[in-house]
Write a protein that binds this ligand. Sequence first.
Ligand SMILES: O=C(O)CCC(=O)C(=O)O
Length: 245
Amino acid sequence: MFTQDMKQSYDENGFLVVEGLFSPEELAGVQQRIETLITDPDSRHEGVGIGREGDTKAETKGTGEIRGASFLVRFDPFFQAFARTPSLLQHARGLLGPRVKVFRDQALFKPPRGQAKPLHQDQSYFLVEPADDLVTAWIALDEATLENGCMTYVPGSHKHGVFPIGHDPERPVHHVPDTGDLDLPEPVHCPVPAGSVIFHHGCALHASADNQTDTWRKALIMHFSTSEALSARPELNEQVSLEID
Ligand SMILES: O=C(O)CCC(=O)C(=O)O
């Protein structure tokens, strides 16, 4: 059940960990679908994209293990039904208000020994306005641990808006937030069991480390916004994953 204490904690920290929001039974179908996608990427619905470990570097693009997917919710009715799970929507509406949509969706699988996701803000890519109207629901499909690259957040970082961005020549697509001389707190690691959901503000600085294990660490990610919010990047408004309210 969503409570006002949860909202208060989210407002203060910029993220909210909800353990066990999905039961093993609710999660089983999604886990199965993702296993199939990983073993047979060609089976995916038309429109669903896949990314590979090499894609973050121009010279290795298209190589390596499957690292992620885009638009499962937008193009696959199975994932649309999952996005409408009442307990998930109750939390999204509790954080955003009564009318929400899935602005965009993706999945990040972090294969065995897979690479880190460096520190970033979702809003530096999505530019949804108003800036408070984007909440990411990061859904753990496996247990996420310190060893396999659980999510890590800088508490309170969402209060500073979208930081100017720099670029890392090694990772051309990645936005590197420039936090200047701000004295931000140490990042907090958030290990969670499968079925947990971490909700984070679109401006919260977050990252995940390398997967140092021989097993996958998979997550489905839904970026919720209020129904009326729009991105300053008009092309993104043409690609909304799922209108809900
Ligand atoms: O799953 C991860 O490791 C990173 C996910 C992420 O950056 C996000 O949900 O915005």
